[in-house]
Structures are given as structure tokens and as C-alpha cells.
Design a protein around this ligand. Structure first.
Ligand code: URA
Length: 210
């Protein structure tokens, strides 16, 4: 349906997501699953990383084998919920640098307001993976990517857990060059800007603030 959207339909991802959606799942369990699922989605978002052949010696013989070609990476968390995706992905890609974009949604207009911005140097040379569990209206994500492009980023991917069609459309309009990888494309947004059926407020679910 959307050429810039990949839905990771792997059974492990879908199983974990179902437990995360359940309102009876504890904060602790939610965080644990988020960490696990972030790694499975990161697997998809990094599928096309460049590799190069290097010479190694196995215990048996010398061989040419692929290694990541050492392209610089930046993981950018959209605060605060993005932080729940960071640790798992950093375990997989320990050399990635990390940045933060702080935006909150004005509850009336649902428009993003910036309160923090700190990213690694040399953004133009990096593969930039922006992480935020919920792609809802897409306004914050689009605004965050505007800021990252102003900072020099050109090669950007967006990783989320759930996407609403409204957010996917907004991102396609604002940033057609940014592929989106998600675990599910849900039905719609409700009048408060929450994804339906969704999983509620991702930040509250992971930090127990409600
Ligand atoms: N942010 C959330 O945490 N949940 C939603 O459903 C939408 C935006």
C-alpha cells in the first residue's frame, strides 16, 4: 500500500507486539518486550547495510568473509518514548552514536514543540536511524527529521513499533526519502491523536507514569 513502509510481519515480532498491546501487561514486561522487539525491527532496518570482504583465518583455513564496512551511524531517539528503543539497538550496533530530539505535542493543536536537540557531529556522513515507538500524526517525526536534515543528515530511516495511516501519509508528504519500518500499521487515530487500536501512551506504558 505504501512503498516507503515496511511492516515486519515476523511471528516473533507479532507475538511480542500483541502482549505489549494488552493493557494488563506490566510496565516491567512492556519494557522487556520493547527491548526485544526493537532488536528484531532493527534487524530489518539495517538489512541493506554495506559490507566488505575481509581476510580472516578460521581454525581451519584462511577465507574472505563479509564485515560491516564501517559506515558511521547515528541513532536518534525522539524523547521520551524513543529511549525505550535505544538500549536494545545499541546492543546490536554498539558503535552507533546517539542523539536526542525533544519534542512534545501541544495537546490542543497536536503540533510539535521543540525543547531539546543534541546530535553527534558529522551527521552528513552517517546513516541516521530515528527511533520513536509511535508514528501517530507524524507531526513530531516530520519535525524531528526537518531538524536532522538541517543538521546535515541525508541518509535517514525511521523505526517505530506502531504506525497510523495518517502518520505514514504525513511522513511520505514531508520526507518521501525516509523509509519507515514498523511492526504494525494500525487502523486510525482517535480524536486525541492516539493510535487505534494501538497500545496507549508508549511513554506511560514503559515508564509507569499513569
Ligand atoms: N503516542 C503514543 O504514545 N501513543 C499513541 O497512540 C499516539 C502517540
Amino acid at each position: 500500500m505504501y512503498d516507503h513502509l515496511t511492516v515486519v510481519e515476523h511471528p516473533l515480532v507479532q507475538h511480542k507486539l500483541t502482549i505489549m498491546r494488552d493493557k494488563n501487561t506490566s510496565t516491567h514486561k512492556f519494557r522487556q518486550l520493547l527491548r526485544e522487539i526493537s532488536q528484531l525491527i532493527a534487524y530489518e532496518v539495517t538489512r541493506e547495510l554495506d559490507t566488505e570482504q575481509v581476510t580472516i583465518e578460521t581454525p581451519i583455513t584462511e577465507m574472505q568473509a563479509p564485515k560491516l564496512s564501517g559506515k558511521k551511524m547515528a541513532l536518534i531517539s525522539i524523547l521520551r518514548a524513543g529511549n525505550g528503543l535505544l538500549d536494545g539497538i545499541l546492543e546490536l550496533i554498539p558503535a552507533a552514536r546517539v542523539g536526542f530530539v525533544g519534542l512534545y505535542r501541544d495537546p490542543e493543536t497536536l503540533e510539535p514543540v521543540q525543547y531539546y536537540f543534541k546530535v553527534p557531529p558529522e551527521m552528513a556522513d552517517r546513516l541516521v536511524i530515528v527511533v520513536d515507538p509511535m508514528l501517530a500524526t507524524g507531526n513530531s517525526s516530520a519535525a524531528a527529521i526537518d531538524l536532522l536534515k538541517e543538521a546535515g543528515a541525508t541518509n535517514i530511516r525511521f523505526l517505530c513499533l506502531l504506525a497510523a495511516p495518517e502518520g505514514v501519509a504525513r511522513m511520505k508528504e514531508a520526507h518521501p526519502d525516509v523509509p519507515i519500518v514498523t511492526a504494525a500499521l494500525d487502523s486510525h487515530l482517535n480524536e486525541h491523536g492516539y493510535i487505534v487500536p494501538g497500545l496507549g501512551d508508549a511513554g506511560d506504558r514503559m515508564f509507569g507514569t499513569k
